[in-house]
Design a protein around this ligand. Structure first.
Ligand SMILES: [Mg+2]
Length: 165
């Protein structure tokens, strides 16, 4: 079985759009005011946010299929800004799946610091995470909503992992 790590925000749920909309309302520029945006993230009501976020391209059923294939040892590997965010994500995953590992990663730590990376797959929507992952001997797979030219294997649905590996 291959180790497969799946990001949460922007891969399983589109939590980013509601956060960016809120930032816009508060006149925060997510690209430049990183400290303020970090603070916003840490204060969010994650249970509501998760409820309001849309599932990305049938991600939940795709994870179920990947799990049933028995080809992969799957964990969710997600950055968190607060313990409340971790708890909301853990509860969301636990309600949907039996026996799926979830690893919350403090925002200031690299995902590579939390697990073994060698020959493991990371599906993430953020190239920075994938670059770090590959520098530690892992395989980076970039999830995007639409096909895109990039330095990584690119997928628009988690289902594609089944044929790729
Ligand atoms: Mg992400």
């Amino acid at each position: 079985m291959k180790n497969l790590y799946i990001d949460f925000d922007g891969v399983i749920l589109d939590t980013i759009t509601p956060v960016y909309n809120l930032a816009k309302k508060l006149n925060l520029d997510v690209k430049t005011q990183t400290k303020e945006v970090g603070l916003l993230f840490s204060k969010l009501d994650w249970e509501t946010l998760i409820e309001e976020s849309e599932e990305l391209s049938n991600s939940i059923n795709s994870i179920k299929d990947l799990k049933e294939s028995k080809k992969f040892n799957i964990s969710i590997l997600t950055h968190i800004n607060s313990l409340k965010e971790a708890k909301a994500k853990i509860e969301f995953i636990n309600n949907l799946f039996d026996d799926l590992t979830i690893i919350p990663v403090p925002k200031s730590c690299s995902k590579t610091m939390m697990t073994q990376t060698k020959d493991a797959i990371l599906v993430d929507d953020y190239s920075g995470n994938l670059r770090e992952w590959e520098s530690k001997g892992g395989i980076g797979v970039k999830y995007t909503k639409e096909k895109e030219e990039c330095d990584f294997i690119n997928i628009t649905s988690l289902e594609e992992i089944m044929e790729l590996f």
